[in-house]
Design a protein around this ligand. Structure first.
Ligand code: PGA
Length: 246
């Protein structure tokens, strides 16, 4: 009942040249059986919207502010992203939690702003290597889920991405056993909180997802797709991951 989502997080990468790849992806994926999104940096959103228009790949951003408008120099509101053609926005990525001190409460407020603007927030969470080695991974992600996922009438708009910090950009992917354990706990927590509506919330895995491990990861129960960093920049790397999810 949940449709897989494969979302690319370009981080602070990409250029006019990489955007040409979007047009190529759009052409290749005329009738995808999973949802696909690309989240480039803010300045590339208008050109990204043009490159993807008329196709089946959605556009997303990598962050938003919780407020509708106001004196927030350097920030961008969810409403502005919707107007720029976005359907998704990543919130609470571990790189932002670490670099800008974003708390679970900040992340929940951003996610609420996103749903209010008609966007689907991709709410990120995940434990550090120290937390995993101390046996705290399940407690940490449960706590982050509780604090970062907002109350909402329409749970089907929420996407949660489990991204163990130690697996991001390192080439070290979590094992399918580790992924299954965390995703089962996240689903159980969501069911406790949202009841049957929790079945509509997609749970993505992120952290060194590549062509050679995507199929095994997508076969795990309660994995509904992936948030892909490095391997989303080139169509030749990203397309096999899309294919593995379909
Ligand atoms: P990675 O990044 O695929 O390069 O590990 C994932 C992410 O940070 O979303």
């Amino acid at each position: 009942m949940r449709r897989n989502l494969v979302a690319g997080n370009w981080k602070m990468n990409g250029s006019g040249e990489t955007l040409a790849g979007l047009a190529e992806l759009s052409r290749t994926n005329q009738s995808p059986t999973c949802d696909i999104a690309i989240c480039p940096p803010f300045p590339l959103l208008p050109a990204g919207a043009t490159a993807l228009s008329g196709g089946h790949i959605a556009l997303g951003a990598q962050d938003c502010h919780a407020a509708f408008s106001g004196a927030h120099t350097g920030d961008v509101s969810a409403q502005m992203l919707a107007e720029a053609g976005c359907d998704y926005v990543i919130v609470g990525h571990s790189e932002r939690r670490a670099a800008y001190g974003e708390t679970d409460a900040n992340v929940a407020a951003k996610a609420t702003a996103a749903t209010g603007a008609g966007l689907q927030p991709i709410i990120c969470l995940g434990e550090t290597i120290d937390q995993r080695q101390s046996g705290l991974a399940l407690d940490v992600v449960s706590e982050q889920l509780k604090g970062s996922v907002p109350e909402t009438e329409d749970a089907s708009r929420l996407v949660v991405a489990y991204e163990p910090v130690w697996a991001i950009g390192t080439g070290e992917v979590a094992t399918v056993t580790q992924i299954a354990e965390v995703h089962d706990v996240l689903r159980a927590n969501l069911l406790d909180r949202f009841g049957a509506r929790a079945e509509q919330i997609r749970l993505l895995y992120g952290g060194s997802v590549k062509a050679n491990n995507a199929k095994d990861i997508f076969a795990v129960a309660n994995v509904d797709g992936a948030l892909v960093g490095g391997a989303s920049l080139q169509p030749s790397d990203f397309q096999p991951i899309i294919d593995a999810a379909t």
